[in-house]
Design a protein around this ligand. Structure first.
Ligand code: FDP
Length: 357
């Protein structure tokens, strides 16, 4: 610790408020690092329970998902060390090549969620059908993409995990079927993502607020760094894969021409979560339109689009497939893809005006 910081610490007593918040408030734990004044994930979730009647089960599920940073970091590092970042010969239900890490991440989250005893089944981008868990009578179903942006793994780019929580609609003693989880995204009770980049960030939304947290490895916990996020009305960046430009519908080509006339910057990381996170904080728009090869786009309604649409709407943004709000779409199958436009209201509205001309 530098001398200036040490001096300021010497004036502190154990009654100083932040010492009580940080790590149980012991003097020894704060003297070797800069303390946090902000609350931790568990404290914020407890407050949501008390003030907004968020069920304790939702807190338990989010906290179980939040145990992933150590696992993910080690798994990625191990993958690089063993040179296993190369794709393996296996494909998921929508035909994407699965990397070993995708499957490891899927298994990790299945176990973490099963341990909560609050989740009766999972649907995952990495599983062809519904995955029933041990506690078949539990009240919630979790939809997830355990590893978004997997093509970024070999180059150490950003990756993410997306999740949404749905209440079980059928009686606890009836066997769950795939049709039971095919519900529109507005039925989510909470949704969120974890972005693994230079720092690890967790964002979750309930019907009341959207909060962002940063992982502190020293205390192995998430600290509230972005309370009550509101997505700016507009931004200076757009994200899409330009190489498909000639295959996009005309209205998209016109919209991109409009963005370029405004000299907006194109920023595309190859990981939806990372691009969305930029726009959530700074404003902007992400587009994955239909192409000739993929007439419904590439992104999965249940595992990616609904999750981010729920967060965007709670934060004041918008998400659409060009015809209707994402959260209103009645899914036909677990792995259904839809065209996806998400971001600041002031940038989605002109796009929809062009789409519906
Ligand atoms: P990935 O397949 O690597 O998991 O989820 C799909 C996704 O990544 C998004 O994260 C990303 O924005 C998009 O695909 C990239 O697709 P293109 O290479 O077709 O642009």
């Amino acid at each position: 610790m530098n001398a200036k910081l040490r001096k300021s610490f010497s004036n502190l007593t154990t009654d100083t408020p932040f010492l009580k918040i940080y790590n149980g408030g012991t003097m020894s734990s704060v003297t070797d690092r800069i303390p946090h004044q902000a609350p931790l994930l568990g404290q914020v979730l407890q407050e949501e329970q008390a003030n907004y009647s968020i069920p304790a089960a939702i807190s338990a599920i989010i906290q179980a998902l939040a145990t992933s940073p150590n696992f993910m970091q080690h798994a990625v590092i191990q993958t690089m060390l063993e040179k296993e970042g190369k794709p393996v010969d296996s494909f998921n239900a929508t035909g994407d090549r699965q990397q070993k890490l995708d499957l490891l991440a899927h298994d990790f989250f299945v176990k973490a969620l099963d341990n909560t005893q609050e989740v009766c089944a999972i649907i995952s981008e990495e599983a062809d059908s519904l995955v029933p868990l041990t506690h078949s009578q539990a009240p919630y179903i979790v939809a997830m993409d355990p590893l978004d942006g997997s093509a970024n793994v070999p180059i150490n780019g950003p990756i993410g995990t997306l999740f949404s929580i749905y209440p079980r609609r059928t009686a606890p003693d009836t066997p769950l079927q795939e049709a039971d989880v095919l519900v529109p995204g507005h039925q989510q009770v909470a949704a969120g993502y974890i972005l693994y980049s230079t720092a690890i960030v967790l964002v979750y939304a309930t019907p009341h607020r959207v909060h962002g947290f940063t992982y502190d490895p020293d205390i192995n916990d998430f600290v509230l760094t972005h309370p009550s996020i509101y997505m700016p009305e507009s931004g200076l960046t757009y994200a899409l894969n330009h190489s498909y430009l000639n295959n996009f519908p005309h209205y998209i080509q016109n919209y991109i021409a409009y963005c370029r006339r405004q000299e907006l910057s194109c920023r595309y990381t190859g990981a939806l979560v990372a691009d969305f996170h930029r726009h959530l904080l700074e404003g902007g728009i992400y587009l994955y339109p239909p192409t000739l090869k993929r007439p419904n786009g590439k992104l999965r309604l249940m595992f990616e689009c609904n999750v981010l649409a729920f967060i965007a709407e709670q934060a004041g943004g918008m998400a659409s497939d060009g015809k209707q709000p994402i959260l209103q779409i009645m899914p036909r199958s677990l792995h259904q893809c839809v065209p996806f436009y998400i971001g600041s209201k002031g940038m989605i509205q002109p796009l929809l005006a062009l789409a519906n001309k």
